[in-house]
Write a protein that binds this ligand. Sequence first.
Ligand SMILES: [Zn+2]
Length: 313
Amino acid sequence: MLAFVDAHLDIAWSSLKHGRDFVAGHPDSALGLPDLLKGGVTLACATIFTGEHEEDETHAEVAERQLAYYEALPGRSGGRVVWPADVMDLGSATPGERVCLVGLLEGCDAVGDVAALSEFHRRGVRVLGLTWNPRNRWAAGCEAEGGLTADGLALVREADRLNMAHDVSHLSRRSVDDLLGAAKGPVIASHVGADAVHAHPRNLTDAHLRAVAQRGGVAALVLYEKFLTGGKATFDDALRHLRHMIEVCGVSGVGIGSDFDGGFGRDQLPAGIRTAADLPKFAAALRKDGLPEADVAKVCGGNLRRVLTSVMM
Ligand SMILES: [Zn+2]
């Protein structure tokens, strides 16, 4: 069984916001633990997402609830979920048996100040994206104009000091430029498509895809149909993005970041992909394209494992 890595799963969000049980699985969820295990997912970034919260809650309160949710998962899952995973956990993870998770801050609105980032790191966060779609104190998101602020640059430096990876997925074009110029550590795009295949502010331009790959990072394909085609999408539509990303980034710079359950359910995935258990279909399609097995393994997990391992030390 091929070991898959998924760069973006909104596990806590799905469970806490939509009441979809993660450990047992849920008929509307694409990311239930049984499906992740069936698909061979051994490692994933699990998000702390506070972008759409109730009015009487703060970002920090939502983040706290989601972190506590992840911290309880190893116990609730009978050890089938490892949080936060380290290099040893990952080395011993067999596909189908356990899923190692590391935290990904999807927007740093819950981070009160630069010094507060180390507490998120201590509790398992290894990847950070400065913004969700709107602008915040740190940077402009993809629905805003502008780039990183002075505070944002300071937060990037602190993330580098802590040996964390940076996620450019939700940033404005200029923020991506600023981040690529400022960051010393690894850069990923945890859930994006190719702008050249379907133009959308959430998809990366070829220049940005290339820049991420050239510095050893990984651009991970999102499976939300809105970003793939703007409407309904087929499995072939998803493959068109993946093939383009491989062409631009090379086989060492591409991965999969499904964004499963990120504000949508199974119905907004490309036809043929219902849950994480369908991820091996990508491996089959790449083999059919003539990609050597070693390269299939890189795209399906090896590349992201390389980057995430480097921030687990
Ligand atoms: Zn997102």
